[in-house]
Write a protein that binds this ligand. Sequence first.
Ligand SMILES: *Cc1c(COP(=O)(O)O)cnc(C)c1O
Length: 236
Amino acid sequence: MSRAAHLIETPLAKVRDEIARACAEARRDPAGVTLVAVSKTFGTEAIEPVIAAGQRIFGENRVQEAKTKWPALKQRHGGIELHLVGALQSNKAKEAVALFDAIHSVDRASLAEALAKEIAKQGRAPTLFVEVNTGGEAQKAGVLPEETDAFIAACRERYGLTIAGLMCLPPVDEPPAPHFALTAKIARRNGLSLLSMGMSADFPLAIAFGATHVRVGTAIFGERARPTRQELGHTL
Ligand SMILES: *Cc1c(COP(=O)(O)O)cnc(C)c1O
């Protein structure tokens, strides 16, 4: 590639290149890694060019925000797939099931129950990930690692949910590798094939540990103006 071509490469193209490189290094098929472009806090004007560049899978962390942005975007563009990557309150399960194609944050019985009810009612079944709080952080959402097997079993047996995979969000001040490894191990012993792990700072490493879904915001859209509540350490 010429130097000029390299200079005009878009952030999205760069992320895709890095995914391809990480897959090659891990001897994995790039088709097995889904890029979820996390567009939280960004408006339609920032999202449109990314859709125009061919990206169709987007992540949001708040139901309310997604509801204001995506119905119109979905009408204008075909094939959009929307993923909820942030915490979900049980009383928003109805809206979440209606709007999202995947939910990465299933982490408690009341939510599993609410989701099961809405999935049955709406006849829509978003792909579900159980969020694991691999760092055991008190302020963070997610099921503790030692409680995850039982929680998955309850989701399946008590609520009849199909759980497709696990999601993790490692502590910001720790190397992520052990957290990715632990998440992959818990998924394996529960027969789960999907792994949502890796963000802007560490998605190539997550791919080395088997990530099937990388959730990348900043590396595509740039720095967010305000930190989200989640980044401030709140669970909701
Ligand atoms: C914001 C967010 C991301 C994306 O983070 P970046 O560092 O901007 O790539 C991924 N996952 C979750 C759960 C998020 O809230």
